[in-house]
Design a protein around this ligand. Structure first.
Ligand code: PLP
Length: 381
């Protein structure tokens, strides 16, 4: 057996046809397919705006920058975030000189609303929330807290493509929802992302920032088009963050299969649940009520996590860890020890293989291997 943690699956012929169209018409950059994909994404999520970018990391940075500038945040103002995430989440805050204040997680691996509330100070401007592994966690409670305290909410939805909460795309109440279409996420392209603002002016500003601050419209508005077509205004020091038509072409195709693929991931999750439910030494992570998870990850908690990973490797299985606590890294170490629950959790956490190439036999094999390893470890301990 050789079972990988992730393996992206593409609708190859359909993707090639969409890409061929870009190459044939000679349009691979921003515009054309990126516009089609933004429209398709809005129709799918029912979010009001969608800006296609070259990664979720860029999207998170744009979200933080747009909110900072437009809400007049100062450097050193506080944003409450989770320590149990991919570093992009928190780096996006550091890019803009915000102070990352960590709140602790609950048993869903997402931010604990009570801990968030305790972390609010007069300098708090926003909360950065991450739906780990496709789980909404207690997102709605955090959204309510933000509304009550006048805070912006940014949802890092890198794992949440297709996650629904009470029947609708998760993201209600967020100022920005940021998706990843990186190669191992649920809607794989190669690298790209989408940032969905609720405020049209935030969207307009971020759109301009995503292309170096260039505003093609202002000049033509003032001077008419025609001979001034080459002319544009540069209104701010923006970035080269916009997406391109090749990535959007892949995204358009993959989106058609997202619900089907996520339903199969949930099936894999149910198989894991059933295979693991009688193993006292393996804790699974509860999906929040009302959440139809995208099942990006299947996380579990075990004692002797590192030994377990090595033993799984010997059985031909490649688990992962999502994530190492960010306060272990030097730029966040100032907060070391401030989140005991995340600390406890990350030492026991691992992600079992989760991708569309798996079937019941693999899930059974992984669960049985895990069972024999964990019970062996229990005897050692
Ligand atoms: C993957 C990921 C990102 C970054 O996505 P990219 O598209 O690779 O930039 C951000 N946050 C989380 C939680 C992720 O898993």
């Amino acid at each position: 057996m050789d079972i990988e943690l992730f393996r992206p699956q593409y609708e190859v012929e359909e993707c090639l046809n969409e890409i061929r169209e870009c190459l044939t018409v000679g349009w691979t950059g921003a515009g054309f397919k990126t516009i089609q994909f933004e429209e398709a994404w809005k129709a799918y999520t029912k979010l009001t705006h969608a800006l296609f970018v070259n990664s979720a990391t860029s999207g998170l940075h744009l979200a933080v920058k747009a909110l900072k500038v437009r809400r007049k945040w100062s450097e050193g103002d506080e944003i409450i975030s989770t320590p149990l995430t991919f570093v992009s989440t928190n780096h996006a805050l550091l890019y803009e000189g915000m102070k990352v204040v960590f709140a602790d997680i609950d048993d869903t691996l997402c931010l604990d609303p009570e801990s968030v509330e305790k972390a609010i100070t007069p300098r708090t401007k926003a909360v950065m929330y991450v739906g780990i592994g496709g789980n909404s966690g207690n997102y709605e409670q955090v959204a309510k807290l933000c509304a009550a305290h006048g805070l912006d909410l940014v949802l890092d939805a890198a794992h949440l493509a297709g996650t629904r909460l009470n029947g609708a795309q998760i993201g209600a109440g967020a100022s920005a929802v940021v998706f990843s279409f990186q190669a191992v996420k649920n809607l794989p392209t190669a690298d790209s992302g989408m940032v969905c603002f609720s405020d049209p002016d935030d969207d307009t500003y971020a759109r301009e920032l995503s292309w170096l601050g260039i505003n093609k419209d202002t000049y033509t508005r003032t001077h008419g088009s025609g001979s001034y077509k080459w002319m544009y205004d540069v209104e701010s020091v923006g970035f080269k963050y916009h997406g391109n038509s090749i990535m959007a072409a892949i995204g358009l195709v993959q989106l058609r299969y997202l619900d089907r693929d996520n339903a199969y991931r949930r099936q894999l999750g149910t198989w894991y649940d059933n295979c693991l439910k009688n193993h006292d030494a393996v804790r699974t992570v509860p999906i929040a009520p009302g959440c139809e998870t995208s099942r990006h990850l299947y996380p579990i908690l075990v004692e002797n996590r590192d030994e377990t990973i090595l033993a799984l490797n010997s059985a031909g299985i490649a688990p992962g860890v999502h994530y190492r606590i960010n306060t272990d890294y030097p730029m966040y170490s100032y907060a070391k020890g401030s989140c005991p629950r995340a600390e406890w959790t990350h030492r026991r956490l691992l992600s079992l293989p989760m991708h569309l190439g798996l079937g019941f036999d693999e899930i059974k094999y992984i669960s049985e291997s895990l069972d024999s390893i964990v019970s062996r470890n229990m005897v050692h301990a």
